[in-house]
Design a protein around this ligand. Structure first.
Ligand SMILES: [Zn+2]
Length: 365
């Protein structure tokens, strides 16, 4: 339960950060820049530096964490990836839609993009939105879904539908079509394959694959160019979160949409994220082995057990962070902000979700 409360608070906090970033001039530098740039320039091989000079409050991020400028007059960017599949971004959230002869298939509806999602679609076509697909149940990704016609077909995995029925949230209409394992949507000349491969970020979180365009969308797992959001993006199931990388890499894709951050991803981004989480797993396991609970019990005693556990968990979190930081601080953005939270999450998961921690290989120290 504690975890759910934290999840809700963090999603709320992210929304607040987004709102502040629009309001406050200092933070809005994040969104400002020149005219839209070609798709090729958004990929990590060609990095775009925001045209607005850095303010004093802005920290430096690695080149891999930079994305295209968001037109400040619109507050969003919309660009075709290929074959009538478009992505939409406000610099923190991103999603995609496809057009076909008789309509538009939209995937997700991030709350912070809101009505701008419809504006983005209207830049491309006047055709009606006929299908709405949910990646998962979280409001930050689908909280603007009620802006679409209520006679559209809303599609989600069964677990997502069950969560939404419990939420009773008018912002997130109940899916009208659900599936267990896989669902293929054919609409005109467009095809989307929706696959559920078990719990990762949350129950019902699906792989959304456009085979013709070779685009894979998987939300809240891989953050191209960035370390995962706090606590591995609030992953419900960390073993499932790690496994999702291998499942993703089994698809034949070259463009990746992760739902967050400021640029499109590639296959390479998914491989880097996989390397990061496997490193994190090894570092957290090593930290748990090296930091001894009884040392803290001797010093602090059992009178205040939260204080005792917190001192212990701060120590293994710090050890894991110290092991990870040198390798990752210049490779992925946000390591100084969220690496320690990701260490904490991995160590806690190793303790309560994984089989017993293995002894680290002898070659590591
Ligand atoms: Zn989520």
């Amino acid at each position: 339960m504690k975890r759910k409360v934290f999840s809700a608070l963090n999603i709320f906090a992210l929304s607040v950060v987004f709102a502040l970033s629009v309001i406050l001039p200092g933070l809005s530098a994040f969104f400002q820049g020149s005219a839209p740039i070609p798709l090729e320039a958004q990929l990590p091989t060609s990095v775009v530096t925001p045209s607005t000079p850095s303010s004093g409050a802005e920290t430096s991020v690695p080149d891999a964490a930079r994305g295209p400028a968001i037109p400040p007059d619109k507050g969003y960017l919309v660009q075709q990836i290929r074959d009538n599949l478009y992505w939409v971004s406000n610099g923190i959230f991103q999603t995609m839609f496809l057009t076909y002869d008789n309509g538009v298939i939209v995937v997700d509806a991030p709350e912070s993009i809101g009505k701008n999602y419809l504006n983005a679609i209207r830049e491309v076509t006047d055709k009606p939105v006929t299908y709405v697909i949910y990646s998962h149940s979280h409001t930050d990704h689908i909280g603007a879904a009620s802006t679409f016609p209520n006679n559209a077909t809303y599609i989600a995995q069964k677990e997502t539908a069950a969560i939404l029925e419990r939420r009773k949230d008018p912002r997130r209409p109940i899916p009208t079509v659900t599936f267990s394992d896989t669902y293929t949507l054919n609409a005109g000349d467009q095809t989307l394959v929706l696959d559920y491969r078990g719990v990762n970020h949350e129950p019902g979180n699906i792989f959304i694959y456009a085979p013709r365009q070779k685009v894979l969308m998987l939300v809240d797992i891989v953050y191209p160019g960035w370390v995962p959001f706090k606590n591995l993006g609030l992953a419900d199931d960390v073993p499932g979160y790690i496994k999702a990388h291998d499942i993703a890499l089994a698809y034949d894709f070259d463009t990746f949409i992760g739902g967050h951050v400021n640029r499109l991803g590639t296959r390479q981004d998914v491989m880097v994220s996989r390397e990061f989480v496997l490193d994190l797993e090894a570092a957290a396991a090593q930290a748990l082995q090296q930091v001894n609970f009884s040392d803290f019990a001797q010093q602090i005693g059992y009178k205040d057990v939260w204080k005792l556990y917190n001192a212990y968990s701060n120590a293994f979190t710090q050890k894991c962070t110290d092991m990870m930081m040198p390798k990752w601080k210049d490779r992925l953005g946000g390591a100084d902000t969220y690496l320690s939270d990701d260490c904490w999450e991995m160590a806690e998961s190793l303790t309560v979700q994984f089989p017993p921690v293995q002894t680290p290989p002898a070659t590591e120290n």
